[in-house]
Design a protein around this ligand. Structure first.
Ligand code: HEM
Length: 502
């Protein structure tokens, strides 16, 4: 078995697909199965850096599937596109969200991300239609308005010659967008730091901390009620929950008074939010479930998009030739207008920049699953109850899947070809997951990040601020910087800050 494992891994590193090797090498196995390689070595190193980095080093040694033991806990790390496809799509019914659902229960309850089984099926069927074409087109106006407010803020910094910390600004931009898009609420976080905005951030940070913390201190009896951090978390959660309950009640009253003519692309002009759609659709659900779904989307649709913008601007700061091409395209397609839906097809290079940024910095870098029954992963038998990490980071950085994997090259996908996705890249590229649990906000998020990127590079040139600390990665649910993304902004020659309406 050891020899087979070494042979398989050596051939895998030479570029032969794991699925093929598992099949061929199984002929030399007595039972026709392979044992899953077990990672050895200094696993302790994992605690010291963003955890998906050492998992990449282990992947290069042990291959597309290996086992990692942490004391009594054991995880399977999957980095093989065929096995990822099997778990996410081919046999997705045999897998649940496992640890993720346990950790996020306190904030998302049975919302769409943690939910499994019948609850998930029902809620997904109800929520997906809310993100219809007309809704997403309307949202482009919202993305433009919010990005414009950010431009105004950056303009002040440019005039004053101040450097700006872009990661927190992107986080505020996407919070303002998702609040309006989900429940027509204006967090106005670009200009306001306290109250509900602070509460949302406390809850978000706690979810991320719980996702990455080895010891669940929040479960320790008494401590969980008296620790200052937990008290702050509980108070923040209560404030966010009450605010959402208030918005749900208010929207219910408005819908009751409305003459609703509900159809497939229903949208209330004054309040095009997802909440309004769900209530008008007659969604027969408890307010708690509705709140869980809204809270899930608030979290899912906020930090992800912010992280994509942060890492895109970091990548661009190192590639002036990409910035020039990007600015040329944006100048030609948009001129001085706000973007509209038709521009999304035309901003092809801008879209490729986002596609490529998501390859190098996938948000989240790993997906979590638990097997609900015994199964075969390639030629590897696994038991019910296995906790599995599918490393999108490894898939997106693997030299077998990509030419020059570490190079930021939006040109790797031709402009006249289809936008890359998990299907046309055969699960080597999973920016929005795949199979039935694929992200339902993929189009929303792509248009949001394309709009923000286009509007910002049209007005400004960005460079790393002089003396800024080097940009390193740390991880919560998404990839954060350790010390922010400090940039210096200057207005582009000839660019005015005020775009015209189209
Ligand atoms: C699921 C990525 C934006 C709502 C997912 C998954 C990924 C992902 C990888 C799959 C998780 C898994 O299989 O375990 C992203 C990225 C985004 C983004 C990179 C931004 C660039 C959004 C937005 C929304 C959203 C804007 C809401 C409007 C969801 C929901 C799920 C999900 C509800 C769970 C779907 C289900 O399990 O049925 N997202 N997402 N996401 N995303 Fe997104």
């Amino acid at each position: 078995n050891g020899l087979i494992s070494v042979l398989r891994n050596s051939l895998f590193k030479l570029g032969l697909p794991g699925k093929f090797l598992a099949r061929v090498l199984s002929f030399s196995e007595e039972e026709g199965f392979l044992d899953i390689p077990q990672a050895k070595g200094n696993i302790g190193a994992i605690g010291k850096q963003a955890f998906f980095i050492p998992l990449y080093d282990l992947f290069l040694v042990y291959g597309g599937i290996f086992r990692l033991n942490f004391g009594p806990k054991s995880f399977l790390i999957v980095s093989d596109p065929g096995i990822a496809k099997h778990i996410l799509k081919g046999n997705s019914k045999a897998y649940s969200k496992g640890i993720l659902a346990e950790i996020l229960e306190f904030v998302m309850g049975t919302g769409l991300i943690p939910a499994d089984g019948e609850i998930w099926r029902k809620r997904r069927r109800v929520v997906v239609p809310a993100l219809h074409q007309k809704y997403v087109s309307t949202m482009i106006g919202l993305f433009g308005e919010a990005s414009y407010r950010l431009c105004e803020k950056l303009n002040d910094a440019a005039l004053e010659g101040r450097s700006v910390e872009m990661e927190s600004l992107f986080s505020r931009l996407t919070l303002d967008i998702i609040g309006k898009a989900l429940f027509n609420y204006d967090f106005d976080s670009l200009s306001n730091d306290t109250g509900i905005v602070e509460a949302v951030y406390t809850v978000l940070r706690e979810s991320e901390l719980r996702s990455t913390s080895p010891i669940p201190t929040w479960e320790i009896p008494i401590w969980k009620d008296i620790s200052p951090r937990q008290r702050k978390v509980n108070a923040s959660l209560e404030l966010v929950n009450n605010t959402l309950d208030g918005l749900i009640d208010m929207c219910k009253r408005i819908v009751e008074e409305e003459d609703v003519n509900f159809g497939e692309e229903y949208m209330n002009e004054k309040d095009p939010s997802i909440l309004h759609f769900l209530l008008a659709s007659g969604d027969d659900v408890t307010s708690k479930q509705l709140r869980d779904d809204l809270m899930t989307m608030l979290i899912a649709g906020h930090e992800t998009s912010a992280a994509v913008l942060t890492w895109t601007f970091y990548l661009l700061s190192k590639e002036p030739s990409v910035v020039s091409k990007l600015q040329d395209e944006v100048d030609v397609v948009l001129g001085d207008r706000f973007p509209v839906i038709d521009d999304m097809k035309k901003l092809k290079y801008t879209t490729r920049v986002i596609n490529e940024s998501l390859r190098l910095y996938p948000q989240p870098p790993v997906l979590i699953r638990r097997s609900l029954e015994d199964d075969m992963l390639g030629m590897f038998p696994i038991k019910k109850g296995e906790d599995i990490f599918i490393s999108i980071w490894n898939l997106h950085h693997c030299p077998n899947n990509w030419v020059d994997p570490e190079i930021f090259k939006p040109e790797r996908w031709p402009l006249d070809g289809p936008d890359p996705n998990e299907s046309n890249q055969d699960f080597s590229y999973l920016p929005f997951g795949g199979g039935p649990r694929k992200c339902l906000g993929d189009m929303f998020a792509t248009f949001e990040t394309v709009t923000a990127l286009a509007m910002l590079v049209r007005k400004f040139n960005f460079e790393m601020a002089p003396g800024a600390p080097s940009v390193e990665m740390t991880t919560g649910a998404t990839i954060h910087t350790t010390q922010g993304l400090n940039m210096r902004v200057s207005q582009r020659k000839g660019a005015t800050i005020h775009p015209c309406k189209s």
